[in-house]
Design a protein. Sequence first.
Length: 580
Amino acid sequence: MALNTSLSPAIITREVDLTGVVPAIQTSIGAYVGDFSWGPVEEPVLVSNEGILVQRFGTPTQTTAVDFLSAASFLRYSQSLYVVRGADASAKNAYDAASQASAAVLVKNDEAFEVQKSALDSDGHTFVARYAGAAGNSISVQICPANAADSAYDGWTYNDEFDAAPGTSSYASGVSGSNDEMHVIVLDDDGDISGTPGAILEVYPFVSAAKDAKTTDGSNNFVLDVINQRSEYIHAVSLNQDSDAAAGSFTEDTNAANTNFLLTDGSVKTYSLSAGVNSGALGTAEYLLGFDKFENVEEITVDFLIAPGMSAKADQTTVVNDLVATASTVRKDCVAIASPNRASVVNNSAASIVTDTVAFADTLTSSSYLFVDNNYLKVYDKYNDQYVYIPAAASTAGTMANTDAVAASWFSPAGNRRGNYLGVTSLAYSATKSQRDTLYKNGINPVVNLPGQGVVLFGDKTKESRPSAFDRINVRRLFLTIERAISAAAQNVMFEFNDEFTRAEFVGIVEPFLRQIQGQRGITDFRVVCDETNNTAAVVDRNEFVFDVFVKPARSINFVLLNFVAVRSGVDFSEVVGTV
């Protein structure tokens, strides 16, 4: 700042803001990839409750119930879960099979539709279900054009949904013969989407066949654009579906100043979608592709990468180790939560469960960024009236999210205070004391059904094999919390001078934050160093800034020793206290 900004004597004021703080951060966001019956493919969608999960990804079939209920189980504890739908090549979107198109197509999401739209048009598609899956076969679209006979509109089943018959838009230009308006309605014929056969899903009144049509507020009113921008159920490819301009079809009006579409007769046109196909069972390729969507730290924030429960040990190992690599090497701000492969636990013999679980755990990467439980939860599937076993991992991650809400991320999620599982009918098995000893020694955290206490997480070990403070999940999550928060605060240091003022300012921001965590029992002591000892002249000349944080993390209790001592009547307690 210039010392003198006036050419004559004056009083100059300025403000210096030294009120910077370490920002509050969220630490309970889950990430899950699974097989669902509806919704975008390979696109993270943030859901906050089971109702929104149903709305975005459909009600589960018997095939998709495990993944759906796993996602729903996490949402019992937290209101933040990113869900990615996986699908293999067998999945197809429903489409208007009566059009020129001869084969179904997989359109994974809105971005994919924009890429594929030209090819879909060339293939003769008219409408395509917005998402892949058999649920799209329940969709139909009806269009009533302006040149329909009065009797056709008056007798149309759905005319009560509109204020008047379509006519000529006042805001369209270049329409040959006018009568550019139409009404469009989207229906759920079989009720596979809404649960009610014949339910009206969407209504689009007075949209236009003219590409340059506008509404009274100036927004786009061209029918194809309106549907593609607003619809949750269909993509509109083209209305120019029949080259021979058959009765009841839309055809291109090439005489207009710009390309428009006109109906060749006066009838209401119905497009029924079919040929939609659900995905086959997801393999490692589909799961890994889905979890790839969470690799960019700057685009998306997550705290728990929740592994699915695959049947084969090798497949489960592949997926879990990939999540560990993402958490520990790529992101470095979250943890992976996993259960054993299904075959090791569900319907396995009692004598083999622990042995097979340990054998599976031995194939996993040793890392403090990995937390492994041992069980599958029996839960009720109200959508299909059945009981299913789901991997405990999603609920285990949920106990950690719940710990964030009722205590803090640096508290252990295990035990009766914070480690209770919700909505569980029973467990695939409840380990005995000797089995728990074997599991815990191998970095596997038992989920047990304790009499009078319910289903409880009974361990807080990470999969770190080296003796370290980081072999406990509360310490790992403590460091993830302070690293994320202080890193966010450090953004304000970028491009400042590495001098005493900047160092003192940043120390003044960080120390109160660490004292707060100390007051909340997360650490027992700390020290920060940011001075000439670690910011030497050489460091400054390299345009670097070094800030060292030393922390003594609080440790959770894993073993309790209760001494009960009987003494003679004449003994003074001071004589024996401390001797046993």
